[in-house]
Design a protein around this ligand. Sequence first.
Ligand SMILES: NC(=O)c1ccc[n+]([C@@H]2O[C@H](COP(=O)([O-])OP(=O)(O)OC[C@H]3O[C@@H](n4cnc5c(N)ncnc54)[C@H](O)[C@@H]3O)[C@@H](O)[C@H]2O)c1
Length: 248
Amino acid sequence: MRLKDRVAIVTGGARGIGAAYARGLAREGAAVAAVDILDPASLVKEITTNDGKAIPMVADVADESQTREMARKVAETFGRIDILINNAAFFASIDRKPFEEITVEEWDKVMAVNVRGSFLCAKAVAPYMKAQKRGKIVNVASGTFFKGNENFLHYVSSKGAVIAMTRCLARELGPYHINVNAIAPGFTMSEALLEKGENADAQTIRSRILKRRINPEDLVGTILYLSSSDSDMMTGQVLLVDGGAAFH
Ligand SMILES: NC(=O)c1ccc[n+]([C@@H]2O[C@H](COP(=O)([O-])OP(=O)(O)OC[C@H]3O[C@@H](n4cnc5c(N)ncnc54)[C@H](O)[C@@H]3O)[C@@H](O)[C@H]2O)c1
């Protein structure tokens, strides 16, 4: 129980990778707020049935009034905010295409959720973490940043911004004992991707040192490490969890 008495927010926590993070944090004893534009009720029921603590919250991370209300409600319900996992993103439903074909609307939507959303959630929880003089913010980047994948310019650029934000926030929040780090997962078989019929192809698997599919559960250990006091002397860093496909 590494996270007993801690309170965590997982954005994009209704399903897929975010739900795996929420389950893992609850298993370690944290009270979890699962926040999503989809209703996280069934995940929350699953966690509480297994004696975990969780609440569902429907909110859009790209909207400042909603992220402020999210933080206020979590602090009111559980008394504090120790951990923010900035996992929500516009990802699985993006159409991949050459950069000249990406419209301004598509570009802005990706940036609004992936970049503005992470910024707004950090901004919303910071006052609570600063008052506690303790906190862990884990941003979710992507292995695509290290590879510069083609036909995905808006998404890869947004995850580059998430890494930049991780470094700047680490400097600004470090004096308050708030650690800010990022996880960069490789191509991971999340619910939404499997529903779309996508799967890691032979070439993707060949590109890894560890030659197998990445499942959401493969990322959870890194999230727990970055959320717990095990990582107290680490900040501003990016941990690449991709089976050894890229180095940095
Ligand atoms: N699956 C992968 O291969 C992979 C690889 C690297 C990084 N990632 C990142 O991991 C995270 C999770 O990925 P996933 O595959 O589960 O993605 P996903 O597309 O299923 O989305 C994650 C969740 O975010 C929620 N969401 C979307 N917009 C939102 C908003 N405005 N406000 C609140 N919630 C919102 C969705 O409803 C969904 O539950 C994302 O940040 C993604 O960029 C995924």
